[in-house]
Design a protein around this ligand. Structure first.
Ligand code: PLP
Length: 408
């Protein structure tokens, strides 16, 4: 299937040409030249290919899946099964026979489903789990809820916090082994942090907890932004959960990938009901588009933009950047995984973050300005977040730096 995307990974094309060609494929971006969208960690914009695919599906084949005997219904059933396989392939799944993909409404729903339908069946009285207390609350609330559900059945478990390094926001991998014991049964972690932008080095969690403990990965900020590979030599995790809308597809669709080799096989409890078929059509088109554009190149582009931004912001006396300051530059000596990705959060020492959000919009910049749904954050912890995607340009970043410089 043609995606209309040029500039395949590894081609010798000039990076700017490659990017401008991709940017042109986002009608909402090209249709609003006076505005700059810097809020892709909240939701991504959609390429024409995704929009056309959804219209095409709804105007030629819309029907329910797994229920009819006529061509539209059969086509829809094929679409759902094909997209299940597409998700596995996109994640580099080397054992697609054993693994499973369950469609969800998004990452929040996926994490809640793992907690409710799988984790509660795994744990016994006295077991322990390790979960992140300063990541997105979507990756904390479900595990606390599982503890509550188990307690109602008379099963008491201990929920421990994954330790965090105060300066970088990364997990504290040196403190982690002391928290792992014979009753540790499960770890929940995040791939890329939605506030600090850092890769959370999940391979080090695997090294610390050993080969047998299931790990659930919240990949909401990585799928669609960088390669997420669970195949040989990739991420040795047991669940990958993400939202379609952050990966160029429509809102209301997400996926939960389960490896099914550690612990019981994942099976969603109860009756699923009608799947979000137009969302699934958008997800298939988005994954095709992303593969053709090249997630390695998208990652390189957005990381370079984030580096450009942070390298300037750290010279502004009034700006405090959150998370690691030393990994802000695209330091080639630094392991790839440790780098900051396309998310930069900061505070202005003299201007409240929500005011700064309004000021930046008066210059055409759409940024996020609140406490970013971080677990444990209070209203007073508001920050400004600039989050980037392949449609953003150096010129947009430079204009933002110029405005922030006048405010310093
Ligand atoms: N996890 C992370 C790291 C996120 O950034 C988000 C959303 O911002 C979520 C989970 C929840 O995603 P959704 O609202 O699409 O369910």
């Amino acid at each position: 299937m043609s995606t209309g995307v040029s500039g395949a990974p590894g081609s010798e094309e000039n990076g700017d040409d490659w990017q401008s060609e991709l940017r042109r494929q986002f009608p909402i971006i090209t249709g609003h030249p006076e505005l700059t969208y810097f809020d892709s960690a909240a939701t991504s914009q959609k390429p024409r290919r995704v929009l056309d695919t959804v219209t095409d599906y709804l105007t030629t084949s819309n029907a329910n899946a797994d229920r009819g005997t006529y061509p539209w219904a059969n086509r829809t059933t094929d679409l759902v099964e094909r997209t299940r396989a597409r998700v596995k392939h996109f994640l580099g799944d080397g054992d697609p026979e054993r693994s499973g993909v369950h469609f969800t409404s998004g990452a929040t729903d996926g994490l809640r489903t793992v907690a409710r339908d799988w984790l509660t069946g795994l744990l016994a009285d006295g077991d322990e789990i390790l979960v992140p207390f300063s990541d997105h609350r979507a990756n904390l609330d479900p595990w606390l809820e599982a503890r509550r559900l188990l307690a109602e059945r008379g099963v008491s478990i201990t929920v421990r916090a994954l330790p965090v390094q105060a300066d970088s926001g990364d997990y504290d991998h040196r403190a982690l082994p002391a928290l792992v014991g014979p009753r540790t049964r499960f770890v929940a972690a995040t791939h890329v942090h939605h506030v600090y932008g850092g890769d959370m080095n999940v391979h080090r969690i695997r090294a610390a907890v050993g080969p047998d403990i299931p790990i659930c990965l919240d990949a909401a900020q990585s799928v669609g932004h960088l390669p997420v590979n669970v195949g040989e030599g990739g991420l040795d995790v047991d669940f990958v959960v993400f939202s379609g809308h952050k990966a160029l597809a429509l809102p209301g669709i997400g996926a939960l990938w389960a490896r099914n080799t550690r612990g019981p096989r994942f099976r969603p409890a109860g009756w699923d009901g009608t799947p979000n078929t137009s969302g699934i059509a958008s997800l298939e088109a988005a994954l095709d588009w992303l593969d053709a554009a090249g997630t390695v190149r998208i990652d390189r582009w957005t990381t370079a933009l984030a580096t450009r931004l942070t390298d300037s912001l750290r010279h502004l006396a009034d700006i405090e950047i959150l998370g690691c300051r030393t990994s802000l530059a695209a330091d080639t000596a630094m392991p790839h995984e440790q780098r900051r990705r396309g998310v930069v959060s900061f505070r202005h020492r003299g201007i409240p973050s929500d005011d700064l959000g309004f000021i930046l919009f008066s210059h055409g910049f759409m940024v996020r300005a609140d406490s970013l749904c971080q677990a444990g954050a209070q209203g007073t912890d508001a920050v400004v977040r600039v989050s980037l995607h392949v449609y953003n340009t150096e010129e947009e970043v430079d204009r933002l730096i110029a405005v922030l410089t006048t405010l310093s």
